[in-house]
Ligand binder design. Structure first.
Ligand SMILES: NC(=O)c1ccc[n+]([C@@H]2O[C@H](COP(=O)([O-])OP(=O)(O)OC[C@H]3O[C@@H](n4cnc5c(N)ncnc54)[C@H](O)[C@@H]3O)[C@@H](O)[C@H]2O)c1
Length: 268
């Protein structure tokens, strides 16, 4: 769906690629940019920076709170009308512990933010999109949702689940012959601060601005799945044809992916 004249809602849009996508959406003529984020200070800074480029509506909302999310959606409809494009972008990662050291609280929170919240928000907004037969839902998952990776088992699991859910909804809508579309995005590490400290000796860490542009282009082209970089599209092919231990050796040892998280510090 074209961004021009669209009401674009971005969760987690006060930071990282969400914030950049918001700016570019306005530059491409979006009717309004609606940002849901838990960080009030970042919301205000973002609104101050972007409001010269178009209409920006900010809402402080913890997306794990379904009741607050529902109230906020009603408010959005009053303030700027129906949402045309929903980008489920908010996400978290909790440390680089091996699974035996994970706390129940971190496991639950990671799934609440990365997996359950996008489902709940979509469940809330999708009926209006179906009624209007107009809309686009973009779910930002991760390359971590396509292959096992030590020290990010919980984050990876939350994104595997997000990919499975997102693509299933895409097929449901296709079978309904609906004009509502779904794009699932799986980026490799991006230099936003979320994964500070990761090392990737052979596969390049992605830059936020081009990543944001690629995601918006995927939405405008109704792309079903976008790996970033494009080479990620072949992960499943290599998984299918290589014996698992050989796959581990190539991706884990040669490309160094299985040690990427060793020096992770995350955002301070
Ligand atoms: N940065 C990477 O290396 C990378 C790689 C692959 C996928 N991703 C995914 O891309 C998305 C964006 O990543 P980013 O690097 O821009 O992250 P970021 O940390 O810069 O931004 C995430 C935003 O989500 C918000 N947020 C977190 N919890 C929230 C909650 N409960 N309610 C509302 N807002 C909340 C934060 O306040 C923040 O503004 C995430 O889903 C992430 O998992 C990131």
């Amino acid at each position: 769906m074209k961004l021009q004249n669209a009401n674009v809602l971005i969760t987690g849009g006060a930071s990282g690629i969400g914030k950049i996508m918001g700016r570019i959406a306005l530059e491409k003529g979006a009717k309004s940019l609606i940002i849901w984020d838990v960080n009030q200070e970042a919301l205000e800074t973002t609104a101050a920076e972007l409001s010269t480029r178009g209409r920006v509506y900010i809402y402080k909302v913890d997306i794990t709170n379904s009741e607050l999310v529902a109230q906020t959606y009603e408010q959005v409809k009053q303030d700027c009308g129906c949402v045309d494009i929903l980008i489920n972008c908010a996400g978290i990662v909790r440390g680089n512990k091996t699974f035996d050291q994970q706390t129940e609280q971190d496991i639950r929170l990671t799934f609440e933010v990365n997996t359950i919240a996008p489902m709940m928000i979509t469940r809330l907004i999708l009926p209006d999109m179906l009624r209007r037969n107009r809309g686009h839902i973009c779910n930002i998952a991760s390359a971590g949702g396509m292959l096992g990776n030590p020290r990010m088992s919980v984050y990876g699991a939350s994104k595997w689940a997000a990919i499975g859910w997102s693509d299933s909804v895409r097929i449901e809508l296709q079978e309904m012959k609906s004009n509502v579309h779904v794009t699932t995005v799986a980026p490799y590490f991006i230099n936003t601060g979320m994964f500070n400290g990761v090392k990737s000796p052979l596969l390049p860490i992605q830059q936020p601005e081009p990543t944001a542009k690629k995601i918006l282009r995927a939405i405008e082209r109704n792309t079903i799945f976008r790996g970033i970089p494009f080479g990620l599209h072949f992960i499943r092919f290599w998984q299918a044809i290589l014996p698992i231990r050989l796959f581990d050796f190539v991706f884990g040892t040669v490309f160094g992916v299985y040690h990427a998280m060793d020096h992770f510090t995350g955002r301070k």
